[in-house]
Ligand binder design. Structure first.
Ligand SMILES: NC(=O)c1ccc[n+]([C@@H]2O[C@H](COP(=O)([O-])OP(=O)(O)OC[C@H]3O[C@@H](n4cnc5c(N)ncnc54)[C@H](OP(=O)(O)O)[C@@H]3O)[C@@H](O)[C@H]2O)c1
Length: 245
């Protein structure tokens, strides 16, 4: 049985990714801060091959706990999904060290360190099954910086750069890397936009999960380095181009 480790699995995009991977037959380690929410996700997925571990990815000792937890149960890791993230809108003049450090710790430091610590597990999966995968949830904000999201955009651009580097360094050893860059997704993270944007016009968590599912179905010879998911009004056409006058 292949196994996957999904961070930020206690809700939103991560919970949808976990459900899709369970449907694909993966055994799962689900990681988040909130034990009750993680257990609710595990219950809704069902099955005995779903385990949860709660703690903060900002703590390096917790990253070691997560790797040991997965190692004890599976001994190899076919798919690492670095999905946990925190956002927050703030004008650049109002950014504090505390605000910035919190984003850096979860959005990029934990992604790099967990990926590093999972290398032996991923290599074991390559030995057993021929290949392994890392999927990083970046953001459309990492492809184009956004006003009031400057530090978040910077962390997500870092995830895009890190994923490109993983591809360059690991692809020939059988470990594929993919960055997913969604626009606005209908999760708790989108709550600040609900007054101005209809939920029905947002990307769904399931949309993102379907991309992850698809990457698991590609042949060993095929790598998807980056996927950008957009709403019709995002990225390609600024407002004044879409609605002249
Ligand atoms: N929603 C969007 O519009 C959007 C668009 C593009 C990219 N993204 C990215 O997609 C990913 C998932 O976000 P989402 O929209 O699903 O948001 P969400 O519903 O707020 O979920 C965020 C997840 O990250 C976990 N998390 C946050 N800080 C953590 C920490 N210190 N340690 C461990 N886990 C932590 C949360 O765990 P707890 O709930 O247990 O605290 C939760 O499971 C993020 O990387 C986000 O940046 C989101």
């Amino acid at each position: 049985m292949r196994s996957a480790l999904v961070t930020g699995a206690s809700g939103g995009i991560g919970a949808a990714i976990a459900a899709a991977l369970h449907e694909e037959g993966f055994a799962l380690t689900l990681v988040g801060r909130d034990h009750a929410k993680l257990d609710a996700v595990a219950m809704s997925i069902g099955g005995s091959a779903v385990h949860t571990i709660a703690g903060s990815l900002a703590e390096e000792s917790f990253l070691d706990e997560v790797v040991a937890f997965h190692t004890d149960r599976h001994g190899a890791l076919d798919l690492l999904v670095n999905n946990a993230g925190i956002a927050g809108n703030r004008a650049v003049a109002d950014i504090t060290a505390e605000f910035l450090d919190a984003q850096l710790a979860v959005n990029i430091r934990a992604v790099v360190l967990l990926t590093a610590k999972c290398q032996p597990l991923l290599r074991e999966a390559v030995r057993q099954h021929g290949w392994a995968q890392i999927v990083n949830t970046a953001s459309n904000a990492g492809k184009r910086g956004e006003a009031t999201l400057s530090s978040y955009s910077a962390t997500k651009a870092a995830v895009v750069g890190f994923t490109e580097s993983l591809h360059d360094e690991l692809a020939t050893s059988g470990i594929k890397a993919t960055a997913i860059c969604p626009g606005l997704v209908d999760t708790a993270m989108a709550d600040v936009y609900r007054d101005s944007i209809e939920a029905s016009t947002m990307i769904t968590p399931r949309d993102v999960a379907e991309v992850v599912r698809m990457t698991t179905r590609l042949s060993a010879a095929c790598i998807l380095p980056e996927v950008v998911l957009l709403r019709p009004t995002e990225w390609l056409q600024p407002e004044e181009v879409r609605s002249p006058g």
